[in-house]
Write a protein that binds this ligand. Structure first.
Ligand SMILES: [Zn+2]
Length: 83
């Protein structure tokens, strides 16, 4: 009757050095490997769209984007024609 479910799976990560399992909270493995990359790091978020773009530069960007797209379309059209 006594069902013992003691084996709660603890969150573990694998050590790339010795391939042993280490508890996620441990920052160093028994073999001495330091987990630096597996921990969540705050990535520097590229500053984007917080500042409202000035109209002129915004339209310039749109124009150049449009031109680039048109060039691509032309290239694609050429490719399509050759088939
Ligand atoms: Zn290790």
């Amino acid at each position: 009757m006594a069902k013992k479910k003691t084996a709660k799976k603890a969150p573990q990560k694998q050590c790339p050095k010795c391939s042993g399992h280490v508890h996620v909270r441990k920052s160093t493995c028994d073999c001495g490997h330091k987990f630096g990359t597996t921990t969540k790091k705050k990535k520097p978020v590229p500053k984007k769209s917080k500042a409202v773009p000035k109209a002129a530069s915004f339209f310039d960007a749109l124009k150049s984007e449009r031109e680039a797209l048109q060039q691509r379309i032309e290239k694609i059209d050429e490719l399509l024609k050759s088939y």
